[in-house]
Design a protein around this ligand. Structure first.
Ligand SMILES: [Zn+2]
Ligand SMILES: [Zn+2]
Length: 310
């Protein structure tokens, strides 16, 4: 079911284009946070007037009208923030629209999927935090970096935080829900494009590796996350359990080091339309044989004649 928006997007953004109105939203957010009970979360017109720097009640009335309906809601116990108003205040507080993340160039323990070198460097290149291989110039992984995520963390902690967040977002998207907006996602596989270094504004990408991508795209905001099929499978319970039995916790492997584990895997597309894949997971002398269908459902399968060559 769609939600009916009460304002056009340009009207909504225009309503926020005034310092006093943003202050009103912050004042309402503080009142809600300080309230002891739900009944006390709203502020009356007079209470707002006392808390903001404004010359006349008619001026405040004018500005509240601009916010009413979209960012604030009038009720018998006063004015309150709507969900949209609450989100605006959080974005303002966390610097989403006003701050730039800071992140120093940092050498990183990990492995390049293209040349196997361990010369990885992480760097912020607005708007993305990128991990590149300095030996072969391949982009290993990219993350979006909200300004708040770079605060009060060491560079390694920033990277770990981004990695955990993107794992989580990717996992949600693969299960049908966009982490950005909550919209419905569609999951598909596609053949990987040839390497393209200035590519992807998308999370969890590892440019340069051959093969197939597992893509989750949001129908509502069109945010798209993707990773090689092997990366998606590395965090599947069957594969996590396979590694666990050999003393490796695969669930904690960061995206910039998955190449260490994927080197010997084999991926074959065994049919098209719909796509079906046979994947052989390899670690030391052990093997796990998987079948993956076009909806990315995974099952364990017995090895076949092709597998014995692997
Ligand atoms: Zn490399
Ligand atoms: Zn979305």
């Amino acid at each position: 079911m769609a939600t009916d928006s009460r304002l056009a997007p340009e009207e909504a953004f225009a309503a926020l284009g005034n310092e006093l109105r943003v202050t009103v939203l912050r004042v309402l957010a503080e009142a809600a946070a300080d309230a002891a009970t739900d009944d006390e979360r709203g502020l009356s017109f007079t209470e707002i007037y006392d808390r903001v720097d404004i010359d006349s009640t008619s001026q405040l009335s004018y500005h509240l009208d601009k916010l009413d309906g979209m960012f604030v809601r009038r009720s018998p116990d006063g004015y309150r923030l709507t969900q949209a108003g609450d989100r605006v205040v959080r974005a303002v507080r966390s610097g989403t629209y006003t701050a730039t993340p800071t992140f120093p160039r940092t050498e990183l323990d990990g492995r390049c999927h293209a040349c196997r070198a361990t010369t990885l460097v992480a760097e912020y290149r607005d708007p993305l935090l990128v991990v590149d291989c300095t030996a072969c110039d391949t982009r290993v992984v990219t993350y979006d970096l909200p300004p708040a995520e770079s605060v009060d963390r060491t560079p390694l902690e920033v990277l770990q935080s981004c990695d955990q967040r993107v794992h989580h977002e990717y996992g949600m998207a693969l299960q049908g829900t966009c982490a950005m907006c909550g919209g419905r996602t569609e999951v598909s596989t596609r053949t990987r494009d040839p390497p393209d270094d200035d590519a992807s504004t998308d999370d969890a990408s590892t440019d340069g590796a051959p093969g197939y991508l597992c893509v989750a795209a949001c129908r509502s905001c069109q945010h798209e996350v993707y990773a090689p099929l092997e990366v998606r499978l590395l965090y599947h319970p069957a594969v996590v359990s396979f590694y666990w039995q050999q003393g490796v916790d695969a669930s904690t492997i960061p995206f910039w080091n998955v190449a260490t584990y994927l080197t010997d895997w084999r991926v074959d597309r065994v049919s098209t339309d719909p796509d079906r894949f046979h994947v052989t997971v390899v670690y030391s002398d052990e093997r796990l044989h998987l079948a993956v269908d076009d909806e990315l459902a995974v099952s364990v399968r017995p090895p076949d004649a092709n597998d014995s060559d692997a």
